[in-house]
Design a protein around this ligand. Structure first.
Ligand code: ADP
Length: 693
């Protein structure tokens, strides 16, 4: 009759036959249970029966054979909202919604009893009218004594848990609840226009809609709601919203029942399917005419896609900000008032201030007059909507102190989807490295071109220089040959001139060979103590003789001999070169003065001439290979530009130095400083390896 697991059934089992007899035998009046003298259980008082019934946790409702309500216990009163005084004697149908009062002409209770055989006492979901108006979906177990005269129909009712028992069967037709049907328990009702409209909205709204009563059982919901929650209407109807797992959701329900609006946002997990759905629910209380809260409505939005979009947006934002932050190029964004709204680390570092320091500030406020200059570009882009790309700027142009820095600046309008300009974006690339590399490249190119030019010039000059002494030499030799054949006397002057040309040729060839030796690792030196005063005297004599320049060179011997540790052959080459240059570049004659003195550890020799001088900007290059000053034309002054280059190398290898002081048109003085013999020896003693070799 009643399923064994039911609490009421347990109670019955406890009380045994006595209670069953009570249900069958007593006669009850409209006011309650009346004790029967003839009862087999006469000892059970009506009050005791009521007490017993009230002690049952489930709601119990007892009807007679004509389906008139005889009794309902305390739990039933609480569940349905009606008092037993109100219902006693009333037909059971007052509790039944109009639409399910009859099933194929059979009253509901009879229909349920008929189905009992096939249900084998398992519960059925039945909607019943709550006193407040809304329907409550309940789990019902029905039983009957079947005794004709004193038939008793007993219904035990429970509000269903969130997960309906698998053995519970919904009363299909009865559960197709709609809110507009609640109130109409009377005669067939033609829905009003407003109700039909509401029905339309309820059924077709793209939102989940549900109604709940007070207590908060779900009494109606649309398909969308069931779909969002991954459940079915049948499963959701009758669900007690205060048995959910989500306490926040239940707080919203409680707040609604206190007459407040509430809003929930979270992940709803369906207990039955485990489906997790991000939802937003708006709760609104539902008041009756007396302003009492009789339930509420919930409007449910599935915010899965919104969540996904927000997550995607957050991911994109995170990506973008990581890119911005770590990009090796500078980036900044400005609003339409041209105030910084974002600046990345790379650019902030270049300005010497942290990114936060820029926000809300303008370029002039950050960079002064340089910022004002830049702001004009931004304003131009803002006004025209046209980007400005790859503007080249330098720190100096922006009035910034510090090293030479170069940037390439591109400015773009930042537009909304509708094309409106929202602000300005700028990309700044530090091109200092590239710029300097470019400059270095063009310098190297210039130098390479110059080297090619010098080489070409050198070849021309070298061939000219080599040919110059060769032609007169061969002429003089031919003349000498003829004279000797004819037995005529030979003029010593002719021989002297031939030797001059030969010396010149030898010097040129030696210079070329020495240059090549210097290039490939250095000249070999054979140092020995050398009297420099004597050496100078000797070279002067040779030079004067060779160049027919007797008495043009003056040299006052120092009082004491001056010795150096050096290679006499190479030192002679230096002195001779300086003297020959002095003579060569003094075309108007004049005295060449040579001096020599020892100053502490240094021996200083000077060669001064009253010649053409050297332009000051050329003097620094004088000792470079192939260099010839611009006031020296090949035509007027022969030479390969190698003499001084070789001199510098020889002097440097002796631990000395060579330099010049000169003025164009007034002459030049060449200085050669060498360590004295003592200084060189002291140095050699200190140095294990000889410095010159
Ligand atoms: P060369 O004399 O063969 O050109 P050097 O190496 O001896 O080569 O000299 C290099 C350049 O230095 C000369 O071409 C000339 O322009 C300049 N120079 C050298 N000595 C003098 C000097 N005494 N007076 C003026 N210019 C000089």
């Amino acid at each position: 009759m009643l399923r064994p697991s039911h609490r009421y059934a347990q109670w019955i089992t406890l009380r045994g036959r006595g209670l069953r007899a009570l249900l069958v035998q007593p006669r009850w009046g409209a006011g309650g249970l009346v004790r029967q003298e003839r009862s087999q259980v006469a000892h059970i008082e009506a009050d005791e029966f009521k007490l017993l019934m009230d002690a049952v946790a489930d709601a119990v409702l007892v009807c007679d054979g004509q389906e008139h309500i005889l009794h309902l216990n305390k739990a039933a009163e609480l569940l349905l909202g009606w008092t037993r005084e109100e219902l006693a004697g009333q037909p059971f149908s007052v509790l039944v919604p109009q639409r399910i009062r009859t099933w194929g002409g059979v009253p509901l209770t009879q229909h349920l009893l008929d189905r009992n055989a096939s249900r084998q006492g398992r519960p059925v979901l039945v909607p019943l009218r709550h006193r407040n108006g809304p329907e409550v979906v309940l789990e019902a177990v029905i039983g009957s004594t079947k005794a004709r005269e004193h038939e008793r129909i007993v219904l035990t009712l429970r509000h269903i848990p969130e997960v309906p028992d698998a053995t519970t069967e919904p009363l299909e037709q009865g559960l197709c609840l709609y809110p507009w049907q609640h109130a109409h328990t009377g005669l067939a009702h033609m829905p009003t226009l407003a109700e039909r409209l509401y029905q339309l909205i309820f059924e077709h709204a793209p939102l989940g809609l549900f109604h709940f009563g007070n207590p908060p059982f779900i009494i109606a919901c649309n398909d969308c709601f069931a779909e969002i929650l991954g459940s079915t209407r049948q499963r959701l109807l009758g669900l007690n919203l205060l048995t959910l797992r989500d306490t926040r959701l239940m707080d919203c329900v409680r707040a609604t029942l206190l007459g407040k609006h509430a809003r929930y946002e979270g992940h709803y997990t369906s207990v039955t399917t485990g489906k997790v759905t991000p939802v937003r629910v708006h709760f609104a209380p539902f008041f009756d005419e007396q302003e009492r809260v009789v339930g509420g409505v919930g409007i449910v939005e599935d915010i899965t896609s919104q969540h996904r979009m927000e997550e995607e947006r957050a991911t994109q934002l995170a990506l973008a900000s990581t890119l911005l932050r770590t990009a090796p190029i500078g980036m900044a964004f400005f609003d339409t008032r041209l105030r910084f709204v974002h600046i990345n680390d790379a650019l902030a570092t270049a300005t010497g201030q942290p990114p936060e320091a820029h926000l809300g500030r303008s370029l002039p406020a950050m960079l002064g007059s340089g910022g004002l200059h830049l702001e004009q570009f931004l304003r131009h882009v803002l006004e025209t909507g046209q980007p400005l790309e790859r503007l080249e700027l330098s720190a100096q142009e922006l009035g910034l102190a510090g090293p030479w820095l170069y940037w390439t600046l591109s400015i773009y309008p930042v537009r909304a989807v509708d094309g409106r300009i929202l602000g300005i974006g700028s990309v700044v690339e530090n091109t200092t490295g590239t710029k300097l590399a470019e400059q270095e490249r063009s310098r190297l190119l210039r130098e390479a071109q110059e080297a090619v030019r010098v080489r070409d010039d050198f070849l021309t000059i070298a061939s000219h220089e080599l040919k110059t002494p060769l032609t007169p030499l061969s002429l003089r030799l031919a003349t000498l040959e003829r004279k000797l054949e004819r037995g005529e006397p030979v003029d010593p002057a002719s021989l002297h001139h031939a030797r001059q040309h030969l010396t010149r040729l030898t010097t040129l060839i030696n210079d070329l060979l020495d240059t090549s030796r210097i290039e490939s690792g250095g000249l070999a030196l054979h140092p020995q103590p050398t009297r420099l005063d004597v050496l100078i005297e000797h070279v002067i004599h040779v030079t004067e003789t060779l160049h027919d320049a007797r008495d043009r060179i003056t040299f006052h011997l120092p009082v004491r001999p001056i010795e150096v540790l050096g290679d006499p052959y190479r030192l002679e080459q230096v002195i001779s070169n300086l003297l020959e240059n002095a003579l060569k570049y003094s075309p108007d004659g004049g005295t060449i003065r040579v001096s020599l003195e020892a100053r502490g550890d240094v021996v200083l020799m000077t060669v001064s001439d009253p010649g053409i001088g050297i332009p000051s900007d050329q003097q620094q290059h004088l000792f470079e290979r192939y260099f010839r000053a611009r006031n020296v034309s090949t035509h007027a002054y022969g030479g390969l530009g190698l003499g001084l280059y070789i001199c510098r190398d020889i002097v440097a290898r002796h631990g000395g130095s060579i330099w010049v002081e000169s003025e164009v048109g007034r002459g030049s003085t060449f200085y050669v400083a060498l360590p004295t013999l003592q200084a060189s020896r002291a140095l050699t003693a200190l140095t294990p390896e000889p410095r010159v070799h």
